[in-house]
Design a binder for this molecule. Structure first.
Ligand SMILES: C[S@@+](CC[C@H](N)C(=O)[O-])C[C@H]1O[C@@H](n2cnc3c(N)ncnc32)[C@H](O)[C@@H]1O
Length: 333
């Protein structure tokens, strides 16, 4: 297929509109996890032509049947979407929530909300700047909505694959083997042995915090993400983009988020699809976790820059660039 830009041991990156390519690639019923961060709804047009208002709502709504159709019967669909704000006003737009709701409720798809997650990024720059840093009348907008949907009530999922390291106090408790049993103010009754089984970590929360691990903190990333060192990979991509004078994709999905859901909702060799792939965060995380992947992206530049991710030494994948890639590079893309 001539839209193929490159291929790795586990995946393929295609250039084109996902509405068209998904059909051409004949993906119906094959995808274990579709995870993506669509272009965000905007209240004013940006130079790269994001849609606004009603037009956006209708467009996203129309994708629900297509996305639902590619899933395996026990597959999952995860959409990440940030908040948007009304133009020149210190009020939040409800477009994000409206578009997610309409998407979910499209009767031609068969989707339900398995769980809502919040992806909290404490390192996010203060925004919207006017209201946060200049007028000081709003708090920093520092999370995105993540909706996990599926065609069934029981998609494949295993929270034992996303265990968080125990906190210091829990480790102490396991070591000493004792704590105050009895009734809590919440009316919960804690038995003598409730907390004494070592399960190698605690169950993940539906707030995913994008930050390096600290044992003392209550919110901690799962082990599986730490072992593949997301922070280092992110630094690598940014540094190489700077060296190559490439402007990194402005709306990259956090590596931690993609890894979290890939671990949680798929097994090795399952197929992961990202139809709005950008710098290929999803494909990169899937490759490291030995899942097959397909990424689709409409902009050639983003496809080309995504190759930087696979230069990392520990990824160990054979990269095959296509003739289409050679043509684009020659055109100085
Ligand atoms: C929010 S970004 C995704 C960023 C990506 N998750 C990453 O980590 O780099 C959305 C992407 O969708 C692409 N896009 C917009 N419309 C598209 C379409 N119809 N088909 C495929 N890609 C599209 C945009 O060019 C943009 O790169």
């Amino acid at each position: 297929m001539n839209n193929l830009l490159y291929e790795t041991d586990y995946g393929k990156y295609y250039i084109g509109k996902c509405e068209e390519l998904i059909e051409k690639l004949e993906l119906e019923g094959k995808v274990q996890l579709l995870i993506t961060s669509p272009p965000y709804p905007l209240n004013k047009k940006k130079k790269y032509g994001n849609m606004v208002g009603e037009e956006y709502l209708e467009w996203l709504y129309s994708l629900a049947p297509l996305f639902s159709k590619v899933l395996k019967p026990n597959g999952s669909l995860v959409i990440e979407m940030g908040n948007s704000w009304e133009k020149d006003r210190p009020i939040q737009s409800i477009l994000t929530i409206k578009s997610l709701l309409q998407f979910l409720e499209n009767p031609e798809a068969n989707l339900r909300l398995c769980q809502e997650f919040v992806c909290y990024n404490p390192a996010r720059l203060p925004s919207p700047a006017q209201w946060v840093t200049i007028e000081r009348i709003r708090a920093i907008d520092s999370f995105t909505h993540v909706w996990w949907m599926a065609n069934s009530d029981y998609p494949k999922a295993d929270n034992r694959k996303i265990l968080r390291p125990y906190s210091k106090s829990m480790k102490k408790l396991l070591k000493n083997g004792e704590y105050n049993a009895g009734k809590r103010p919440s009316e919960h009754s804690i038995s003598e042995k409730s907390f004494l089984t070592n399960n190698n970590g605690s169950i993940a929360h539906n707030v995913i915090e994008i930050e390096a691990i600290e044992e003392d903190k209550e919110l901690r990333l799962p082990y599986s993400m730490l072992s593949i060192s997301n922070t280092k990979s992110n630094d690598y991509f940014m540094r190489r983009c700077r060296e190559e004078h490439v402007t990194p994709h402005p709306a990259r999905m956090p590596l931690e988020l993609a890894s979290f859901f890939i671990n949680f909702l798929t097994d090795e060799n399952d197929l992961v699809l990202d139809p709005f792939g950008g710098s290929n965060t999803t494909g990169f995380c899937a490759e490291r976790l030995k899942r097959k992947w397909i990424t689709i992206e409409v902009k050639e530049d983003y496809g080309l820059q995504s190759l930087i991710r696979f230069e990392e030494k520990n990824i160990n994948s054979n990269i095959k660039k296509t003739e289409y890639y050679n043509q684009l590079s020659k055109r100085g893309k």
